[in-house]
Ligand binder design. Structure first.
Ligand code: 13P
Ligand code: SF4
Length: 340
């Protein structure tokens, strides 16, 4: 039997006791073996709802598997085919820096609520849960922001500057209401006045896969006249505002599905998703990447590593979150799942 056949046979043996989740950025050789493919929000929901499986395998990056672990039940173990698949953006907000910044902000005003993008560590999610905040994904950031702003409070958004700025703009907040807080600088580089004025403070973090520039958009417009351009909201605001749309991975998928036949759609997100959409819609749409940009962490998971995991189940590939962190991080994730 080859790799694929062996995985299929093993999955059959495990039946409902095994549940495999995969993010849209994974390679097709991996996604052919998963029970559910989704964006970060959908995968969190499915992990939270799954009660039967004893073993959950997460094909994605570490923060996603950690979220699944936080939302799962004590009888379930979460495994990753490659435990080293991390997210550099999540690493841009270490807990110690978040605690320090929080302390500084309290000296200026007390009306802050931490909103933490799921692309973050369990420790930062726990901090958020402990301080009355919520996590969000790129699919529901608008709703979570509205939940805070509707209470007349201000947002400290961690760790993606661009998702924070794009979401504030989606809500019609003026540019002056948003400030970028650089944790490496005194008072974040914006000063006490800048902090006092801000309704939304966005942490200076980013995803290198989505650093599309204004030039990428203007050259795509020249190269593909009449094309529609959609980018992921981790794209810097200057470029995102020149695109026709921005949206999470699932929103991009829906946008493409609804596009009229004959449309050219230029997509600014991770290449494996763009390439899959191009193949799925071939003959109906022309789909091209804004720039060929690959997440080096997502591709660490391969079919061969998935097989090795299902054959050996090494302890080191279990994603663990300590109980105190789990309790508070769960508060932040649950709040997000409840925000309507
Ligand atoms: P989605 O929530 O849109 O799937 O995005 C996850 C991610 O990591 C994007 O870089
Ligand atoms: Fe992290 Fe960017 Fe990869 Fe998403 S695409 S997992 S934000 S590095």
């Amino acid at each position: 039997m080859n790799t694929s056949e062996t995985i299929k046979a093993l999955r059959k043996q495990w039946g409902k006791k095994l549940f495999i989740l995969g993010h849209y950025y994974q390679q097709d050789e991996v996604l052919q073996h998963v029970d559910v493919t989704g964006d970060s929000l959908e995968l969190s929901r499915r992990a939270a709802a799954e009660r039967e499986a004893e073993r959950i395998v997460f094909c994605g990056v570490h923060f996603m598997a950690e979220s699944a672990g936080i939302l799962s039940s004590p009888h379930q173990a979460i495994y990753m085919p490659d435990i080293h698949a991390g997210c550099p953006m999540a690493d841009m907000a270490p807990l110690r820096e978040v605690q320090q910044v929080w302390k500084e902000l309290q000296a200026v005003a007390t009306s802050w609520v931490p909103i933490v993008y799921v692309n973050s560590s369990a420790a930062v999610k726990a901090f958020c849960g402990e301080h009355g905040g919520s996590t969000c994904t790129s699919s529901n950031a608008v709703k979570v922001f509205q939940w805070v702003l509707g209470q007349g409070k201000r947002i400290l958004f961690i760790p993606d500057e661009h998702l924070g700025a794009n979401t504030a703009r989606d809500l019609g907040l003026p540019d002056e209401a948003v400030a970028v807080y650089d944790p490496g600088k005194k008072w974040g580089g914006v000063g006490v006045d800048g902090i006092t004025r801000a309704q939304v403070l966005v942490w200076k973090g980013y995803c290198h896969v989505h650093t599309f520039a204004v030039d990428d958009i203007t050259s795509a417009r020249q190269r593909y006249p009449g094309a529609k351009i959609i980018v992921h909201p981790e794209t810097p605001a200057a470029a995102a505002r020149l695109a026709d749309e921005h949206g999470s991975t699932s929103q991009i998928i829906r946008y493409v599905a609804a596009a009229p036949a004959g449309t050219t759609v230029v997509i600014g997100t991770e290449f494996h998703l763009v390439d899959r959409l191009a193949r799925q819609h071939r003959g109906r749409l022309t789909i091209v990447p804004l720039r060929q940009s690959v997440c080096r962490n997502m591709i660490l998971t391969t079919e061969a590593k998935l097989l090795a995991l299902l054959e050996q189940w090494p302890e080191e590939q279990i994603v663990r979150v300590s109980e105190p962190l789990r309790v508070n991080a769960r508060k932040a994730l649950t709040r997000m799942l409840e925000v309507k």
